[in-house]
Design a protein around this ligand. Structure first.
Ligand code: SIN
Length: 528
């Protein structure tokens, strides 16, 4: 049994920003299921949005965010986060994050749905720059226990322990993969910063750690989860048999890249006046339609009209990676397809990251604050992670005194019973593949009632099977990921089935219009 003043699960921008500030107030453990470098943040290419040009304004950033969000953004939340952006950026710069600069200010990029240039970036590896600097600071700080290869299994709450009092967090169980032990962690203050669930889909721009762990854990613990039907498909993932999840950043289109079909013709202006820089839901749907209409396996981003030196210096990672695969972006168009990219829904919180379980906060992609609504505006997510992390810490310090639950509730250690080692990992891998394929085939960019129903039935059977494994076999990370994956995929499908309209990222042929006369509503799921 180990006790901390703060426990953080996840080592992306949200988790590390939170931990660095929490360390000023007490003991901190950051649990991360693999090496701390492996987060969605580290893979972010494009950047982080912030009003930094005198010609730009908070009003405009708010309007663009709310416009992309298709009626579901919480405008007060949007405003709070947008207005906090300059402070969050200053904090990162203080930690050593080196954003690209020009003429004495930040060099600003443009992405889909933004009316102004307002994307701060570090070439095309912005996330790596941010997470590298935050991680170095966390390692150097001396007051943060960075526990790698610690896979959080389940949250421990007073309700789960059978107490009738107000439901509050008292800790969590985690698998220490090094020692093979299950460790009980005690804390009154837990920040879930586990990122999203891109890996529930066959094709994704996400790293393999993105298996929906935080959403699944919070849901099992009784927290409300909202709007999981809004999965954002990035329009331009590289189409190549060797590199299936490499992103061609939207910033490439921001610098003049044009989407063209297999016939070489530009097609986006038929769909939206903003053409290749329309918001992602519109672009991804148009590409999906183009691919289906022509039977071609992909479309292309063409930036070959820009000078080679510009492309190679502004997008060194993209340029070199493509080149290593035989594609020279300076002389030829780059083949792309849409792929699952960002979970816009998540554990329902307020703008301070508070869930309905006292002491449990969710921050970043794992959470639904109301910032993204039905469709996230590009480069708003790193911003949300950084801003809400600071607010959550302030809220916790003010309202959640440490030690109360440690005194009042005893927590049992984990009991493994007579569980056996998994004898055939192939069964786990098979189920994993089946989930990802059925989600891709039945629950991706264009949906129908029939496909969703089919997915729901299959997932129900898979859930039953995975539950059996869970109770009968010794815990291993593959089994934990499968359990979370099936839970999260089911939430996506269940939310999608409840939304009987098309809105933002959720598009269904059975209800092609935005529905109803009342105000648009969130889809909220709580474990019954
Ligand atoms: C990109 O570089 O296109 C991704 C940026 C984002 O998802 O916000």
């Amino acid at each position: 049994m180990r006790e901390y003043d703060f426990i953080v699960v996840g080592s992306g921008i949200a988790g590390l920003s939170f931990a660095l500030r929490a360390a000023e107030h007490g003991t901190v453990a950051v649990l991360t299921k693999r090496e701390a470098e492996r987060s969605n943040t580290a893979w972010a290419q494009g950047g982080i949005s912030c009003v930094a040009d005198p010609e730009d304004s908070f009003e405009s950033h708010v309007a663009d965010t709310v416009g992309a969000g298709a009626g579901l953004c919480d405008e007060a939340v949007v405003r709070t986060i947008v207005e906090a952006a300059p402070g969050a950026i200053a904090g990162m710069v203080e930690q050593g994050v080196a954003f690209d600069r020009e003429n004495g200010g930040f060099r600003l990029g443009k992405e889909g749905g933004h009316d102004h240039r307002r994307i701060l970036h570090a070439r095309d590896t912005t996330g790596l720059e941010i997470s590298g600097k935050l991680l170095a600071a966390a390692r150097a700080c001396g007051r943060i226990d960075l526990l790698e290869n610690h896979f959080a299994i389940d949250l421990i709450t007073t309700a789960k322990l059978g107490f009738a009092s107000e439901d509050r967090i008292v800790g969590l169980y985690a698998l220490d993969e090094g020692g093979g032990e299950i460790v009980t962690f005690r804390s009154d203050r837990v920040a879930l910063c586990t990122g999203g669930c891109g890996r529930v889909y066959l094709y994704t721009t996400n790293p393999d750690v993105a298996t929906g762990d935080g959403v699944a854990m919070a849901y099992r613990a009784g927290a409300a989860v909202a709007n999981m039907e809004f999965v954002q498909f990035h329009p331009t993932c590289l189409y190549h048999h060797e590199r299936k999840n490499f992103l061609i950043s939207e910033a490439v289109r921001g610098e003049g890249g044009v989407l063209i079909g297999a016939d070489g013709a530009e097609f986006m202006s038929k769909h939206d006046p903003r053409a290749s820089l329309a918001p992602r839901d519109i672009v991804a749907r148009a590409i999906d339609g183009e691919i289906k209409r022509t039977g071609a396996p992909c479309v292309y981003v063409d930036i070959s009209h820009r000078p080679k030196d510009f492309i190679a210096s502004r997008f060194p990672n993209i340029y070199q990676t493509c080149l290593s695969l035989g594609i020279d972006a300076a002389t030829q168009p780059v083949p792309v397809v849409p792929a699952a990219h960002y979970q816009c829904g998540g554990v329902r919180t307020d703008v301070d990251g508070r869930t309905g379980i006292r002491g449990l906060y969710a921050i970043g992609e794992v959470a639904y604050t109301g910032l993204h609504g039905a469709n996230r505006l590009a480069s708003n997510s790193l911003l949300e992670g950084a801003v809400v992390a600071g607010r959550a810490l302030d809220h916790m310090v003010e309202h959640e005194p440490p030690g109360a639950s440690l005194r009042d509730y005893s927590v049992p250690e984990w009991v493994s019973g007579d569980a056996e080692d998994v004898d055939e990992l192939v069964v786990i891998y098979h189920n994993w593949d089946e989930i990802r394929r059925l989600m891709w085939d039945y629950v991706s960019i264009v949906r129908t009632n029939k496909r969703l129903q089919r997915a729901a039935t299959r997932l129900q059977n898979l859930r039953r099977e995975v539950q059996e494994f869970y109770w009968n076999f010794k815990i291993c990370s593959e089994l934990l990921e499968l359990r979370n994956l099936v839970e999260t995929a089911s939430l996506v499908v269940d939310c999608a089935r409840r939304r009987r309209e098309s809105r933002g990222l959720h598009y269904t042929l059975d209800f092609p219009e935005a529905g109803g006369s009342g105000p648009p509503r969130d889809t909220v799921m709580t474990r019954g």
